[in-house]
Each structure stands twice: as structure tokens, then as C-alpha cells.
Design a protein around this ligand. Structure first.
Ligand code: FEO
Ligand code: CA
Ligand code: CA
Ligand code: CA
Length: 598
């Protein structure tokens, strides 16, 4: 292996330079292709994508908008995979000609309902020859599936069937139509998909007119304070009006478990994992065989959570595993004097932003029962209003916890904190969130006690303070900053098999396009951040998915910028010319057919 001028094992590629090009840029020696675009058909009975004539009926049979989470599950041999993707939200101004945000038409709203949700689509490399990493959708595969704003989802766990989730349309409080704003996610050891409902608040109107002070405060804590909603869905379906359907919003904000191998299965909203703006849900088996699920709540000053199941992971479908267990929230305590945490990124005298942490139990779910560990709140209230439970126990207010990923080699858990420009005063920083006006974000390492995901205590340290390496407030785990790529706003994270961390970004505050970065977390190259790709103009980079042969990313919201419209978008990716931008899944692989980064 080469010395410092070389690269960590598996990260041997020439970094891509920051740019503002309207294309996907990958390292020299790599090829790329689009796997599937918004509007591509999953079923042959769908019409070809026609941006001038979108219909809900077509969209229900086509790949949805704004893909975020991306998973690739085994299907057949080395060539066929099941691709699962979230469709977080819609950009109507880029989707419809002459869109009037104040007066959307029913047809436009129905297209948006169909463009939200989830896709399951079989993909194959079999059509392109052995050395190609390209993947093509298998139209009409029996496992292809779309879920949208009107698909049935089952509420499970203690909140299911309780009064606060009953509605006129669903007096049982057990069947919800739709999943909304699904951001990142994760997979379970039994090959189901966990998808995270994030900013569901934006779809619900008229919180401002709610009078009950308890209800109003609960709505406020979840970001519902206004009148009309951004997309005006309440004009076309009463359930998006909090005055007409006061409990509908309680049916969103959950982790949803999907079995993509059973095309008849009903996905389950797992209420034992709490309700917040769920960013992701990634899993690790505990020392005694139970399942830990790590979860972030993506909001400035919100919390980092863990659920640990009561039962051990079994061989079957683990049908009830995520309905029984304890939900915890993280409290981080620094080990340096508070006066040494100055807010400008200067390391404290012990040389690290680090310390100890504890997992504070909030609620234990057992079948239909929820036992609260928070004084003044019932168990069901803790599950439904988890943020308020976190407030009550003094959890640590973080800089927007986005995706989380345990390192498959070491077990250390990595938490992406994307940014927080509202932590403004030196007195507001703590050792785990050590920068004021943290516009570039950071990454934390969490090492569970005894390396057991079931532990109630952990050690932690800051791995990365992102930004331009010339900015003195940045920190790249102590690596030589002259040899790293600038990085800003870490969002989704993934590991390759060797234990290298891959970080995708959203909202690059350095002025160039977002991208995907890779970094060793151990060994002599620990902290050497290298940019692997950049995405087109005004896109965020999501997914990502890394295996030996391929790097996949979701290119979300290309062209989502100030003044960008359907008629004059700031991006024409991926189709080029004067085309409308299309959120898509893309893949990169080595031209010589060798492994990624070798
Ligand atoms: Fe949808 Fe937190 O990003
Ligand atoms: Ca310290
Ligand atoms: Ca995200
Ligand atoms: Ca994001």
C-alpha cells in the first residue's frame, strides 16, 4: 500500500473537483448511466413520460418524483436486484407548465399525490454485458410496485387503534392512506425496508385556527402553525385540513416497514419507534441478538434516537419485532470545560470534541401497551409526541440529525448533522455541536459501550467539521487539510464493505454543486475526504448505495433553484437540450470492470 500520497484501501480514485456543471461528474476511469428517471414506467400499461401531459393515472404506474433513500436488495444471482426508493416530495413549479402556486388544479394535485410515496422496481445488469455496471428497470416484473398518497398502510404497535389516530374515514385508527415526505431509510437483517416519514407537517393546513392549547402546542412542536398549506391539498381532500380532520396528521411521521418481496403485503407504520421528522432508520444487531434501530429527527435543535427490540432477531419474517421494545433518546456530555468550546471550531485542550453519552429511555412498547418513562406523559403520548418527551428528559439538541449508519467493520455509528445556522451564540454551543452558525455541518462518531448496540451508554467524538479546508473552523479527523476535498452539509451516509464512509451532501454552502464523498475512518488515511462525484445544478445527492461493482446515487431535485420553472429550469439533466429536469437514480462503475476504488 502506498504512503500518505496514496489512498486508503478501496478509495483509490482521483477526486472530482468542485464545479457547477449541469451534469453528473464521476472520476477519471469511471462510466455512468441513469438507471431510472421520474416518469419512467414500471409497468408496460403506463404511457411514455410526457411532461406536457402529466396525469395521475400515468404517474401511478411510473417512477415517482424526488427520489431520496435508495436500497438495492438481492433478487437473482449477480445480475438482478430489487431497487427500492423513496419519493420524498414534489416540485410543482418544475413539473407543470404555468404552475400557479395559489391556485393549483385538481389534476395537478392528483399528479403530486401519485408522484409522492415509494417505488419497488426490479433492475438487471443482464442486458449490457459482463463488464458493464449499468442497470436497467425490468418493466412488469412481478415485484414492481408503487405506493402513493392513497395506498393503504397499517398502523401497528401501541398507538394503533387509539383515539388520537381515529378519523371519520378510519374509525378503527388502524389504516392510513399514504406515506408522505419519505426521506432516507434503511434495511433490516430480514430484508425488509424501513422508510422514514420526514417533513409531513407541510401537508397539513389550518393549525393556526386550532384553539385547544394542548393540541396547538403539539402541532407547533411539529412545525404546524400556519393557515393554507404550501400545496393546497386541503382544498381537494378534507383530511389535509386540521380543522376538519384533527387527527390525520398524527398518522404521519412514522417509520414504515415494507416487505418488497411480497407484492401483496401492506406496509406497516411502526408506532413503537416514535413519531418525529424521521430522517432514516438503520439497524445493527445487539450483542444478545436483538435489533437496534438508529434514527435522526432532522430539525435544528432536535434529537438523535435509538429503538432496541425486546425480542431477538429470528429466522422468519420477524413480523412483530418492531412493535415491542424501548425507544431511547441521546444525551451527549462533553469532557472538556465549557469555556474551551468557543464556537469557532478551535479544538479544546484535550485535542478533541468528545465525551460520554447516555441513552435515556422514553417508552417501552409491549403489544398494544406502552409504558412511559417520562413523567407527565402516557406511553401513547410519548410515542405520538416524542419530541416533547425528548424535551422533558433533557436530550441534547443537535444540529439537524440526518442519516445515521453503523460501520459494518467496527460497529461505530456515524451521525450526519447537516447544519444549523440558528445556533448563533457562543453560549449555545456544546461539545457535540461545537460551532456557532454551523452552516457546513459535521459528522459524529458514536461508540456504544462494549461495542454493543444494546448498551445504555456510549462514547462519542466529532469526526468531521465540514467546510472549505482553508476555513480554520473545519476539522478532518486530524488529516492534513491540504489533501482533502471541500465538503458541506453531510446528509445521507453509507458504508462500503471495507468500512469506508460515503457521504452525500444537500445544500452545499460553498457555492458549488452537491456531491458524494468517501473517507476512511480508520488507519493512516482516516479523515482524508475525497469527492467521488458531483451532481447537476441545484440537485442534492441522495442514496447512496456502494458495493464492489457500483456506486448508485439518487439525484434529487435537479433545477430546484431560485426562479427556476418548468419553462426555464436551471437544470436540464438528465435528458439535456431544453428538457425538463428529472430526479433520477444514477450509477457509476469502473470502465475496466474492476472493483470500485481499487
Ligand atoms: Fe429530507 Fe432531512 O432531508
Ligand atoms: Ca474533549
Ligand atoms: Ca436527507
Ligand atoms: Ca436533505
Amino acid at each position: 500500500q502506498a504512503g500518505k500520497s496514496g489512498a486508503a484501501p478501496g478509495l483509490n480514485f482521483e477526486p472530482v473537483a468542485p464545479n457547477t456543471d449541469d451534469k453528473l461528474t464521476t472520476p477519471a476511469g469511471y462510466l455512468q448511466d441513469v438507471v431510472i428517471r421520474w416518469g419512467d414506467k414500471l409497468f408496460s400499461d403506463a404511457p411514455d413520460f410526457d411532461p406536457a401531459h402529466l396525469t395521475a393515472a400515468a404517474q401511478q404506474r411510473q417512477f415517482g418524483y424526488n427520489c431520496d433513500y435508495l436500497g438495492l436488495l438481492p433478487l437473482k444471482g449477480q445480475h438482478e436486484f430489487l431497487l427500492v426508493a423513496n419519493h420524498e416530495y414534489t416540485d410543482e413549479i418544475l413539473m407543470f407548465a404555468g404552475y400557479d402556486a395559489e391556485n393549483p388544479t385538481r389534476e395537478q394535485v392528483e399528479v403530486a399525490w401519485a408522484a409522492h410515496g415509494l417505488s419497488v422496481v426490479a433492475v438487471t445488469s443482464g442486458q449490457r454485458g459482463k463488464r458493464s455496471g449499468a442497470l436497467d428497470p425490468m418493466v412488469d416484473h412481478r415485484l414492481n410496485r408503487r405506493f402513493d398518497t392513497h395506498s393503504a398502510f397499517e398502523l401497528t404497535g401501541p398507538v394503533a387503534g387509539t383515539d388520537l389516530v381515529k378519523t371519520a374515514a378510519d374509525p378503527t385508527g388502524r389504516t392510513v392512506l399514504g406515506t408522505l415526505n419519505n426521506c432516507s431509510g434503511g434495511l433490516t437483517p430480514w430484508d425488509t425496508w424501513l422508510t422514514a416519514e420526514e417533513n409531513f407537517n407541510q401537508y397539513f393546513a389550518n393549525a393556526a385556527s386550532v384553539t385547544d392549547p394542548v393540541v396547538k402546542e403539539r402541532l407547533r412542536r411539529y412545525g404546524m402553525t400556519g393557515g393554507a398549506s404550501e400545496r393546497k391539498w386541503e382544498r381537494f381532500d378534507d383530511r389535509f385540513d386540521l380543522l376538519k380532520a384533527p387527527n390525520e396528521a398524527n398518522r404521519f411521521g412514522w417509520i414504515v416497514e415494507v416487505d418488497p418481496y411480497d407484492p401483496t403485503s401492506t406496509p406497516k407504520k411502526r408506532t413503537a419507534l416514535g413519531r418525529f421528522k424521521h430522517e432514516a432508520a438503520t439497524t445493527r444487531v445487539t450483542a444478545d441478538g436483538r435489533l437496534a434501530v438508529y434514527m435522526g429527527d432532522d430539525e435544528r435543535f432536535d434529537y438523535f434516537y435509538k429503538f432496541v427490540s425486546t425480542d431477538k432477531v429470528g429466522k422468519g419474517d420477524n413480523r412483530d419485532l418492531l412493535d415491542n421494545g424501548t425507544l431511547y433518546v441521546a444525551k451527549f456530555t462533553g469532557n472538556s470545560p465549557a469555556a474551551e468550546i468557543t464556537g469557532d471550531g478551535t479544538l479544546p485542550s484535550d485535542g478533541a470534541f468528545d465525551g460520554a453519552g447516555e441513552w435515556i429511555p422514553l417508552v417501552t412498547s409491549h403489544g398494544s401497551e406502552a409504558i412511559s418513562h417520562v413523567p407527565g406523559m402516557s406511553g401513547v403520548e410519548v410515542l405520538l409526541f416524542t419530541r416533547q418527551a425528548g424535551d422533558a428528559v433533557g436530550a441534547t439538541k443537535m444540529d439537524r440529525p440526518e442519516d445515521v449508519e453503523p460501520n459494518p467493520v467496527t460497529g461505530v455509528v456515524y451521525v450526519a448533522l447537516t447544519n444549523n445556522t440558528k445556533r448563533l451564540l457562543p453560549g449555545e454551543v456544546d461539545e457535540a455541536n461545537p460551532r456557532v452558525n454551523n452552516k457546513h455541518g459535521h459528522v459524529l462518531e458514536v461508540a456504544e459501550a462494549r461495542n454493543d448496540a444494546g448498551a445504555s451508554a456510549f462514547a462519542w467524538r466529532v469526526f468531521l467539521l465540514a467546510g472549505d479546508p482553508n476555513d480554520p473552523s473545519t476539522y478532518f479527523a486530524g488529516f492534513d487539510k491540504s489533501q482533502v476535498s471541500p465538503i458541506s452539509c453531510p446528509d445521507n451516509v453509507a458504508f462500503d464493505k471495507r468500512g469506508n464512509l460515503w457521504i452525500s451532501t444537500d445544500g452545499n454552502a460553498l457555492g458549488s454543486n452537491d456531491g458524494l464523498f468517501a473517507v476512511a475512518v480508520d488507519g493512516e488515511f482516516r479523515g482524508q475526504v475525497k469527492q467521488f462525484l458531483t451532481v447537476p445544478v441545484h440537485a442534492e445527492t441522495c442514496g447512496p448505495w456502494i458495493d464492489d461493482d457500483r456506486v448508485l446515487v439518487c439525484v434529487q431535485h435537479p433545477g430546484e433553484g431560485d426562479g427556476s420553472t418548468f419553462e426555464n429550469p436551471t437544470s436540464h439533466w438528465p435528458d439535456g437540450g431544453t428538457s425538463v429536469p428529472r430526479p433520477s437514480v444514477a450509477v457509476a462503475w469502473r470502465a475496466d470492470g474492476k472493483k470500485i476504488g481499487h
